[in-house]
Design a protein around this ligand. Structure first.
Ligand SMILES: [Zn+2]
Ligand SMILES: [Zn+2]
Length: 484
């Protein structure tokens, strides 16, 4: 066969017919928006130099018709409702009528049989602790490498249904701005910069070059995940610098951790005076709260006396401390999945053998404390603490919590309770007028089984953040920003 024969059999290339493509049908909406990647000299004088070229046009106003709204606060379903979203917010919620399917200026989505849940909130994440390092270990990486890897992690979180996350060690306001502007697709971010630790505390990587990873609130040793300070003066200055850098909250270490050999689990870290100094700064500079990595009751008591607003982990807290937390409105964010993961291969290799006893203690304690804290009326947030190569297991926290609490309670952890911790009551974690349009469309009722979130291919049919669709299997619901 000659070259001529071959080329004539292959056929010439063909172009997409733009006039009949789906994009053309939508006509000027956010769906067919394309960023400008080309300009010709001379550039028009009116060209806006200061507008970030990745800013997307307004969302397409959407109307979910016939959907069962999950009222997480009251633990019930509002059947067959119409929920309208516009400009990234929920505009109205009403009983569905046939007319809702053909209203001018609204893209109607047939949702009969589906459930509409608020997007999920994980208030204990470390998305700058990147996966894909040798043996899953956390190793220092450049800031650029960390930021680029975080784009993958953040897409994954949104894909799993987490429309909001709080970072408690490592992230900064640039990540928050990037997902807010859709420069990178990802959840809404609340961040507090690095963790504050005393010398020899849980966040101090410097004392021992052989120190293994900390086993929770994972520090990569990059120097960006923690700041080490001692004394009231240093604490005040460091906290002010963090607030100046745009922190939403500040996280401190007030007890030891699981994996670190020199930093004992029951060690009490920071004096009450130091903690109070940090809390004063956050209160006066209008941050949300100070939250403390803390496993034990004596350390939690110090932190509460100093004025903190949240306890992370808290797996060994006693009833008296939990009662005090309920009384003072101090939030609790247990993190069950990270401890379970570290107790089994392949992640078990990440902690030294001598730490396994400590790990068993905090695993058992976690289930007990989450149940008791609920009974005693503590506001409990949904936290995972998944770092490095654990990120993809984030949704399993639902399965672990439902071992001891009912599904409606666990769903509140991951929605309204999280919103309280972030100071975003009525705006996040609920489906009500004026709240952000962060929504999940499900084919089953999560109040009956919260475990459906951990079967995303089976039950999660659509994900919307900020009014923009990022995942959809629903015919009328087009994806605007794909998570690939
Ligand atoms: Zn921690
Ligand atoms: Zn953590």
């Amino acid at each position: 066969m000659t070259l001529n024969d071959i080329t004539s059999n292959l056929g010439s290339f063909e172009l997409i017919d733009q006039a009949t493509s789906k994009d053309a049908e939508a006509g000027g909406s956010a769906y067919d928006w394309q960023p400008t990647h080309w300009l010709k000299f001379p550039v028009p004088e009116s060209y806006d130099l200061s507008s970030p070229p990745w800013i997307r046009p307004e969302q397409v106003p959407m109307s979910f018709v016939g959907i069962n709204v999950v009222d997480v606060e009251n633990g019930k379903i509002l059947p067959s409702m119409t929920v309208k979203i516009k400009s990234g917010k929920i505009q109205s919620i009403s009983k569905s009528t046939v007319e809702h399917m053909q209203e001018k200026d609204w893209q109607s989505v047939r949702c009969q049989g589906l459930y509409l849940s608020p997007g999920l909130i994980d208030v204990h994440t470390h998305f700058t602790a990147s996966p894909g390092q040798p043996n899953g270990q956390l190793v220092p990486a450049s800031e650029t490498q960390t930021a680029l890897a975080a784009t993958h992690v953040l897409k994954g979180m949104l894909w799993r249904g987490f429309t909001t996350v709080r970072d408690v060690g490592g992230a900064n306001r640039h990540y928050k701005n990037a997902t807010e502007q859709w420069l990178i697709p990802g959840p809404r971010i609340f961040q507090g910069g690095p963790v504050m630790s005393q010398t020899g505390g849980h966040g101090d990587d410097g004392a021992d070059s052989d120190k293994p990873i900390t086993g929770c609130c994972g520090s990569t040793g990059s120097g960006r995940d923690s700041v080490v300070v001692d004394g009231v003066e240093e604490c005040t200055r460091a906290a002010r610098k963090m607030m100046r850098a745009g922190a939403d909250h500040i996280k401190i270490c007030s007890s030891g951790g699981v994996a670190s050999p020199t930093d004992k689990l029951d060690s009490e870290q920071f004096t009450v005076a130091e903690i109070k100094a940090i809390c004063d700064v956050v209160r006066m500079m209008k941050g949300t709260l100070v939250t403390a990595h803390c496993f034990t009751s004596p350390a939690a008591r110090n932190a509460i006396e100093g004025g903190i607003g949240g306890i992370e982990h808290g797996h060994l807290l006693d009833d008296d401390t939990l009662k005090l937390m309920a009384k003072k409105g101090v939030h609790l964010t247990p993190t069950l999945i990270v401890q379970e993961l570290l107790s089994k291969p392949p992640y078990q290799a990440m902690i030294p053998p001598q730490s396994r006893e400590k790990l068993k203690l905090v695993i058992d304690g976690g289930y007990k404390v989450i149940k008791r804290a609920h009974e005693l009326g503590v506001n409990i947030g949904f936290g995972t603490d998944c770092f490095g190569s654990m990120q993809n297991v984030q949704l399993s926290e639902f399965d672990l919590r439902k071992r001891v609490l009912s599904s409606d309670v666990v769903l509140r952890h991951a929605t309204v309770n999280g919103a309280k911790i972030l100071g975003m009551q009525g705006k996040l974690g609920v489906i009500q007028e004026g709240a952000f349009a962060d929504l999940l469309l499900l084919s089953a009722n999560p109040l009956e089984d919260v475990g459906i979130f951990n079967e995303p291919h089976k039950f999660v049919k659509g994900i919307v953040k900020d009014g923009r669709v990022v995942r959809s299997e629903i015919r009328d619901l087009r994806v605007e920003v794909p998570l690939v």
